[in-house]
Design a protein around this ligand. Sequence first.
Ligand code: SRM
Ligand code: SF4
Length: 578
Amino acid sequence: MSEEKKLSANEGIKDRSNYLRGTLAEGLADESTGAISEDDQQLIKFHGAYMQDDRDLRSERRKLKQEKAYSFMVRIRVPGGVATPAQWLETDRLATEYANGTIKLTTRQAFQFHGIIKKRLKTTIKEINRCAMDTIAACGDVNRNVMCNPNPYLSEIHAEVLEIAKNISSHLTPQTRAYHEIWLDDEKVESSEEDVEPIYGKTYLPRKFKISIAVPPSNDVDIFANCLSFIAIIEEDRLVGFNIAVGGGMGASGTGEGIYPRIADVIGFCTPDQVVDVAEKTVLVQRDFGDRTDRKHARFKYTVDDHGPEWILAKINEYLGYTLGPARPFVFNDNGDRFGWVEDKNGNSHLTLFIQGGRVCDTPSYPLLTGLREIAKIHEGDFRLTANQNLIIANISPTKRAQIEQLLEQYGIKDSHLKSALRLNSLACVALPTCGLALAEAERYLPDLLTGLEEVVEENGLRHDAITIRMTGCPNGCARPYLAEIGFVGRSPGKYNIYLGGGFAGQRLSKLYRESVPDHQIKVLLGPIIARYARERVQGERFGDFCIRAGYVAATIQGGDFHKNVKPEASSKAFTIS
Ligand code: SRM
Ligand code: SF4
């Protein structure tokens, strides 16, 4: 990083904040506005909340000369996506009493509330903590929710990996007492000693940092989109360690210039007891070498690109004081979820439900929130959030299965996973009306678009053929659209860039196919490609691979030349295992 360059404004905000306090306490107490100050809007992210306004109401309120309809989004960290029935019930209660009556299951295995007004924010966060969950570091320039495969029934290794995910998460949780002081009314410690952030320091990281763990052959956590990932290596039914992947990320600009999605590079191997150390040291490398002058260039993927993966590996080794081993072979089959019922060797059952857009709410025809509440009241196992915005009712004991099946039937949830394979493999980010960055609809529009495309897949006999399809309301990539076989990225109201050719296992970026396509033309454009795929695919060929073979798009190279302006020399292939 150049010495002369000015640090970005957020660096000053963090530095002056006294370890994330800023004027949050005063701002929350100010009843004259539903908002908080601009600096505090940045700081509150570290505490797990975003100030937003209802974009559906903007013009009406402007006409009435009223303040925007401000409210807060709150994100609950759920390491590995595991919640108890008691936590589910509490999440449901808070969503109903304080938020907009919905629970959003996110693409990183977290819960989100929307629409919490300022005066209820503190109570909400306090009550979240009361049921042994928290929101600290769910957002902000720190390590976020650590993702990991949520399927408990697959093997004991999955349980081992979940523990490791939790350990990384707690090791990298900020240590500031600000969170407890502001939200939990813990007494201010009157001491001359400053808070200490042993890992992050006073200005935390240059930007958000994301970690995930995958257990092959499933890449359901999309490890190639994470800053740092661990890929479990299993030999003779034993977890021998993890491959380490660095430098993934999705955020892009509409044109790709200088801001682009990037697939992580696999750089080495560590043993299970080294994982937390490797995570810490990788975070330290980003802390020390990430770009603090330009937030658009501050993610770890740019640090990896600027220095090269070999340099990053050498730095991690130097910080560790020992040398990581060479990466070992592994295979990923897909990045989706497995739906429906599964029984494990102990006789417990697990049901993976499809949750459209990750939104748990009641509609007159589909009382999903109420149905899950009734199930949570009697369920003795747990709930598991997937990185694909779906939900597993896990560890259902044989004595409870009949009752739970009856409730699933009663509330119309029983067949939620019996949709077309296209829909089951779909993801949509929140977008409008809450996301301040949305340029187009996503969660509210994708279901209808899918209904149209389902006609095409039905006509062509592809109902049971999985094709990954993802939509976001802007190029930031919150539903990881650049890793889908079909990706839609909102550019303006009703218009989307279409990306094709992503890898079915999330191993390859897609590439821009058409720019700013009006929504009513999407089916017209994609219909013939899907039909041709049905006719011409070779045995086992995936849609994304077909799009490349048939010449709709060229294959992307590592580093993400997904868009015409992306620098082609970015990143090295040398470390990538395919
Ligand atoms: Fe995201 C910003 C929602 C996963 C990349 N993301 C936002 C904000 C907070 C908008 C903002 O900054 O004002 C969105 C809040 C919308 C709302 O109303 O709730 C938002 N992101 C989401 C969620 C809820 C999407 C969803 O529908 O599930 C996901 C929450 C995950 C979680 O639990 O932590 C979510 N966001 C992601 C992912 C996927 C992932 O991490 O696997 C990505 C791409 C991976 C990556 O980070 O590169 C992602 N979000 C972004 C970016 C682009 C970052 C960049 O490097 O440029 C932004 C914008 C930013 O940070 O400036 C963003
Ligand atoms: Fe908002 Fe864009 Fe993320 Fe969608 S992709 S939630 S529109 S920031």
